[in-house]
Design a protein around this ligand. Structure first.
Ligand code: ZN
Length: 315
């Protein structure tokens, strides 16, 4: 009888994790002292994942919750709040947005609706872009890719500038901001939680996923940032997409991939090969990465991007 009561009492908690049919259940998992991550699906935004694809993270402080990258839409933000409520009843008092890509920050709207006083932090250029054309572009793109699942999402840009070297104390917890210039974008910030030795990398690292490099990005810059991250006193690395863990687990594979790509493209360029001639050679050498999400669609673009960067350095 006692066992039956125990089961009934705890059943609702077990069955109510956020379920996306065909993709699984999503909930915040503890990765360090006061730090929890909800690892999102690896696919691009679509109707099935409702746009959810990133890794929202929370740090629980004495005064409330710090939320890093709340997600891609108003609807996703509501689900993220629901899942936070299963970990703590404290309010969300601060949000950090790691960069301009909409899958990381468009859910700000849902958080601001419930917690109007929340302080939202981001890079100076991210704030400018979110309030300009890029913000509208991302609202529109998310609507198209999710076939309307993001409808009603509105732009809520950060109001507080974060820059390299900033240190913040929020509810007794300490944060350091790292931002080294052009890398995944020209507006990345990485957030270090000092007490748990956790680093939120934004999209400077992906785990078992290819990822896009937009016009403001630099592959050379990402390599530099990831080597810099390796030198910090960090135990747990949180990539923008894919599972978190040690440097060797969550960061090194992506750094290795980019460095190998750099070597192959550079050597092809020095031999006088064209971009299209380097692609099949590179695909052959880097076949070990072909199981990463998005490889078939994105690999060619990665070679072209690296080629342009190598060429620009040789002009
Ligand atoms: Zn991104």
């Amino acid at each position: 009888m006692k066992r039956a009561i125990w089961f009934i009492l705890f059943l609702p908690v077990c069955v109510h994790a956020w379920n996306l049919p065909g993709l699984g259940s999503f909930k915040f998992e503890k990765v360090g002292a006061n730090v929890y991550i909800m690892h999102g699906p690896l696919s691009l935004p679509n109707k099935q994942n409702k746009g959810f694809m990133n890794n929202p993270g929370i740090i629980i402080t004495g005064k409330g919750v710090i939320l890093i990258d709340p997600g891609s839409t108003y609807q996703v933000g509501k689900k993220v709040l629901e899942e936070i409520g299963k970990i703590t009843k404290k309010p969300v008092i601060a949000i950090f947005n790691t960069h301009i890509h909409g899958d990381h920050w468009l859910a700000n709207y849902a958080i601001k609706e419930v917690y109007p006083k929340v302080r939202i932090y981001g890079h100076r250029l991210m704030i400018q872009k979110a309030n300009g054309q890029a913000g509208l572009f991302w609202i529109d793109l998310m609507d198209k890719m999710t076939e309307g699942e993001s409808r009603g999402t509105k732009i809520v840009a950060p109001g507080h500038v974060s820059k390299h070297g900033d240190t913040l104390t929020i509810g007794g917890q300490h944060l350091r901001i790292h931002s080294l210039g052009r890398a995944h974008t020209d507006n990345d910030i990485m957030i270090e939680h000092v007490e748990s030795k956790t680093l939120f990398l934004g999209d400077n690292s992906f785990n078992k996923r290819m990822g896009q490099f937009d016009n403001s990005s630099s592959m050379y810059g990402v390599i530099k940032v990831l080597k810099y991250a390796r030198g910090l006193d960090i135990k747990t690395f949180i990539p923008g997409h894919g599972k978190s863990g040690s440097f060797d687990f969550a960061v090194k594979p992506f750094l290795d991939y980019l460095q190998k790509l750099q070597v192959i493209v550079k050597s092809g360029y020095e031999k006088g090969l064209e971009n299209y001639e380097i692609k099949p050679v590179a695909a052959n050498v880097l076949h070990a990465y072909k199981d990463w999400a998005g490889f078939d669609e994105i690999f060619g673009k990665h070679v072209s991007k690296m080629f342009l960067e190598v060429e620009a350095r040789n002009l």
